[in-house]
Write a protein that binds this ligand. Structure first.
Ligand SMILES: Nc1ncnc2c1ncn2[C@@H]1O[C@H](COP(=O)(O)OP(=O)(O)OP(=O)(O)O)[C@@H](O)[C@H]1O
Ligand SMILES: [Mg+2]
Length: 217
């Protein structure tokens, strides 16, 4: 028996004004698969992840994620679906500056409709080496610490689709390994499909055949 792919994209294109920045004739990712999206700056990696998260409507084409037709759904349907099913470490982290790290993470659990679980928050922060930052506000964090908090926020609600856009760009080698290990462990825990967009050569060896955009080698 073959299982349906988690992601199935057909004839996907995206244009900003009249400039085509993404063209993907056909792309599938198996449920539970881990895929790296590689490409130079400006090749459309963040655009693709935003489409997969239902944040951006592509100019044309069809994308199904876990049977959900993102391209056919309304913005409201996509927002409700994303809150439950998607974890997204965005390139711009969007932590809420008025809240502490722990409050940011607790809010993420509430918005995803899962029970507030402080033990899980603290455990996740500890695995990323930022347990001591729970009471800090985002502006009191280094860029790498904020990146790790954003990773924690994306995995807490056990999403079916875990998207990470340059999640290791500000991390040293040890933190890079810890961040990847947590993304992989979180994906394994919930059977999630993991998509990582990067130019970080350090993480290439952890993945199989990548999706290459914009002529990446
Ligand atoms: N909102 C927008 N309006 C117009 N052009 C945009 C917009 N967002 C992105 N672009 C353009 O689309 C192209 C692809 O952008 P995207 O952010 O997807 O690239 P990327 O591969 O993620 O790059 P990077 O590695 O620098 O993060 C770029 O040339 C960018 O300038
Ligand atoms: Mg990008």
């Amino acid at each position: 028996m073959t299982t349906a792919p988690l992601i199935s994209a057909e004839a996907l294109t995206h244009r900003y004004a009249d400039r085509v920045v993404l063209e993907l004739p056909r792309w599938q990712v198996d449920t539970g698969g881990h895929t790296l999206v590689l490409g130079p700056s400006g090749s459309g990696k963040s655009t693709l992840l935003s489409i997969l998260a239902g944040l951006l409507s592509p100019t044309s084409g069809k994308v199904l994620v876990d049977g959900f037709d993102i391209t056919g759904a309304s913005q409201r349907e996509r927002d409700a679906w994303r809150a439950r099913k998607v974890g997204f470490v965005m390139q711009r982290l969007h932590l809420i500056s008025a809240l502490t790290v722990e409050q940011n993470l607790a809010l993420a659990q509430t918005l995803a409709g899962v029970e507030r679980d402080t033990a899980r928050i603290r455990d996740t922060l500890a695995k990323l080496g930022v347990a001591g930052k729970a009471g800090q506000r985002p502006h009191e964090l280094s860029v790498g610490e904020a990146q790790r908090v954003a990773i924690a926020r994306a995995v807490l609600h056990r999403p079916a689709l875990l998207l990470a856009d340059e999640p290791t760009s500000a991390l040293d080698d040890a933190s890079c390994d810890a961040a990847l290990a947590l993304l992989e462990a979180a994906a394994a825990e919930s059977g999630a499909t993991l998509i990582v967009a990067t130019h970080d050569q350090r993480i290439k060896s952890r993945f199989g055949e990548p999706l290459l955009l914009g002529g990446a080698a």
